[in-house]
Write a new protein. Structure first.
Length: 104
């Protein structure tokens, strides 16, 4: 499941049962912004949830996001401000854009 949100927003939590994962199931590739997932890294009732933030409402301009694994049903994303103090933190590792200028 992938949710795309404008910068400054995130999904209201909780969206489901967060699975504590010691390592992100995302495998890097040599091309920025691409990754692959080995289905064997997810359990039979688990869903990889990726939330990506876009800059200037342009999906090709990532401004970060988060990755987590949920067990069981995953609720739809309800956008809220990232600084919403009532919003429990999500899980997983941070996905940050590169510091190289000119890279989408």
């Amino acid at each position: 499941m992938i949710d795309y949100l404008p910068a400054g927003q995130t999904c209201r939590q909780p969206r489901g049962e967060l699975v504590p994962t010691p390592v992100s199931p995302l495998k890097d590739t040599e091309e920025y912004g691409t990754f692959w997932i080995d289905p064997k890294d997810l359990g039979p009732d688990e869903t990889l949830v990726v939330v990506m933030h876009s800059s200037q409402n342009d999906l090709s301009k990532s401004s970060g996001g988060s990755v987590g694994v949920m067990r069981g049903p995953v609720a739809p994303c309800v956008p809220v401000a990232e600084d919403d103090s009532d919003n429990a933190p999500g899980g997983g590792g941070s996905v940050e854009p590169p510091s190289s200028p000119g890279v989408p």
